[in-house]
Design a protein around this ligand. Sequence first.
Ligand code: EPU
Length: 335
Amino acid sequence: MSTPSLQSFNTFGLVVEAEELVSIASTDDLKKLHDSQAWAQRQLHILGGGSNVLLTQNLSGLVLLNRIQGKKEVYRDEQVVHIEFGGGEIWHEAVTWAVAQGFGGLENMSLIPGTVGAAPIQNIGAYGVELKDRFVYLDAFDLDSGETRRFLKNECEFGYRDSIFKSWAKGRFFITQVCLELQLHPEVNLRYGDISGVLEQWGIAHPSIADVSRAVIHIRQSKLPDPAVLGNCGSFFKNPVIPETQFEELKARYPEAKSFPAGEGYIKVPAGWLIEHAGWKGHRAGAVGVHEKQALVLVNYGGAKGSEVLQLARDIQADILDRYGIALEMEVNAW
Ligand code: EPU
């Protein structure tokens, strides 16, 4: 049991308090706690890296910090290796470790904030690769029953920044281990334009996974604010997916509108483009604002309240709906 302030446990840097904070280092810790008085009838909240939550109020009950460490090889053949990572491992450290071993597949997701255990919840992704592309299974502790359960890939119902852990299974499972499949003879993925552009600038014609990781880190650092310096939660909204017919109307009004294919008949429109185009980039309201280099990122300039961030988000959502007829959905979870 430790200090109840959550300021250093959420990357927005919001000042909120927990009634009680417990660091969990193993499944055994969870089992013991589950059987104890401290657990009984209490509200439970699970925090990983705190990089995808917007804390709008003090949290009553128990806040469980996922600090389960470990990396274990559980399978290997000629082509791939399966590594089981502890849910509390820092995601970027897991990526760096994999790159150092020469295991491919995670390098495009370098420098994403948060923990390994939180990664499947919103199916994190960047630069053309999503967690689901590398996922084998996860083990989770059922907070109700106290049983441990394995979820295979198809059971997680991964979608764009989505899984069952954002719907029926939300808040119910503590993710203790995540098993990922990595390549022993990596093929780099340069499909996302920015990466090949940077490598070309650096004069690297045959990039290794370490080169790709460095390029991704370079791109992210050039436009995404470092949460240690400026509180934020990365992309605040999801990129909306709209019917092709609606996109054609948008394109007729704004020929410069950006887009990505999103499956038969659908188009993904970068929310960052919509928000910037609506004039919000660099906008500041008191202690909160829209980042000046990436309009999809809301920031805390210091001393902001969660409710102020939420109000700014609602103002942006209302304006985008009004201007473009597009509803922006939050990627970040408001508590
Ligand atoms: N854009 C603008 N203005 C902006 C921001 C973006 O016009 O202020 C345009 C860019 O010029 C580009 C397009 O929007 O043409 C896409 O921008 P970017 O490559 O920066 O990616 P994004 O769609 O804004 C998504 C993910 C990021 C991920 C990047 C790279 C979501 C919600 N976000 O952002 O993930 O790093 O692609 O793959 O899907 C996160 O989830 O927290 C996150 C940072």
